[in-house]
Design a binder for this molecule. Structure first.
Ligand code: PBG
Length: 329
């Protein structure tokens, strides 16, 4: 008998399609990246990220309230550090009254239940735009990890719920976990950027924070000695399993769309929540194509975030979070 099973039957009406849909996007899926700057009344659009802004602390308050009202309950903070406060070792990152520390308090103050995660990395604080301390033309691992542990403690003391090291130094999760435990900060979580690739998709983000690696003869201009080679797959599992063994509560794959095979590999391999960062370049590409009228912005956006979740993401870090939630609510 032809055919016993007609797969199109389950696609006949929108009610039926809704009933059998496997992957549903909700506001709970998202982690919202926020860029913070010094000043008052600043809401600066990032040139390569249309409709995405850097906020001064006063306007950050409004933004956080509006996220909460939309049902977005987790943020990931990044700061743009003034040039005169940058050096090789990231001294300013430990200033207990620094921009990040004040930003954490600002968010917690206006919205105590908002989950606050912080980017733990040297690059916004580094004159060289690197995620590590440089010595003799090399990004040195262990001193950087120790510094990131101090930075994590500083963020946790300011009120961060989670620290999110995005540097890819070896052993930094253990170093950070031990430092937090030693300070009695036992409930501060670690979301590790565990499989972070050396990607050209981070360009707009580096514009946003003015944190691109500088061009100097004796220092590599890219991040390939610490971030992963995009040709590698098994290495992502190894990196991720090591981070879990060192104490990571949540692991992350970054970027998103080009790496959904890795997301699925990791989802199948581990038993902690998996986050995926749909990064700045992914946001910029869709915004640009939509501006030209070449792609349907909202339709492509929903297809993208749904694909990320379908691939295995429990958490989606995305600049589209607000757009998505407005669209589906
Ligand atoms: C910094 C950091 C980067 C991103 C998140 N944290 C840039 C980099 O590694 O160069 C990229 C995020 C994005 O592109 O949206 N350590």
């Amino acid at each position: 008998m032809f055919p016993l099973r007609r797969n199109r039957r389950l696609r006949t009406t929108s009610a039926l399609r809704a009933l059998v849909r496997e992957t549903i996007i909700t506001p709970n899926d998202f982690l919202v990246p926020l860029f913070v700057v010094e000043g008052k009344g600043v809401k600066d659009e990032i040139a390569s990220m249309p409709n995405y802004f850097r906020y001064s602390l006063d306007l950050l308050e409004h933004e956080v309230k509006s996220l909460w009202a939309l049902g977005l309950k987790s943020v990931l903070l990044f700061v743009k550090v003034p040039d005169n406060l940058k050096d090789n070792i990231g001294t300013e990152a430990l200033n207990q009254d620094g921009l990040m520390q004040r930003a954490i308090k600002t968010v917690k103050n206006v919205c105590p239940d908002m989950l606050v995660m912080t980017d733990v990395a040297l690059d916004p604080y580094s004159v060289y735009g690197h995620d590590g301390i440089i010595e003799n033309g090399e990004i040195i691992n262990d001193d950087t990890a120790a510094f990131l542990a101090e930075m994590s403690v500083s963020h946790a003391k300011a009120g961060a719920d989670f620290v999110a090291p995005s540097d890819m130094m070896d052993g930094r999760i253990l170093t950070i976990r031990e430092a937090l435990e030693n300070e009695g900060l036992i409930n501060t979580g670690i979301m590790s950027y565990s499989a972070k690739y050396a990607s050209a998709f981070y360009g707009p983000f580096r514009d946003a924070l003015d944190s691109a690696p500088v061009d100097l003869i004796d220092i590599p201009k890219d991040k390939k000695t610490y971030q992963m080679d995009f040709g590698n797959r098994f290495e992502a599992i190894r990196e991720t399993e090591m981070d879990i063994n060192e104490g990571a509560d949540i692991v992350m794959v970054k970027p998103g769309l080009c790496y959904l095979d890795i997301v699925r590999d990791i989802k199948n391999a581990v038993e902690v929540p998996v986050a995926v960062y749909q990064v700045s370049g992914e946001y910029a590409m869709l915004k640009a194509a939509a501006e030209k009228g070449w792609l349907d912005h909202d339709a492509v956006m929903m297809e993208q975030v749904t694909s990320i979740k379908r691939a295995g993401a429990d958490i989606i870090g995305s600049y589209f979070a607000k757009d998505v939630v407005k669209l589906i609510s």
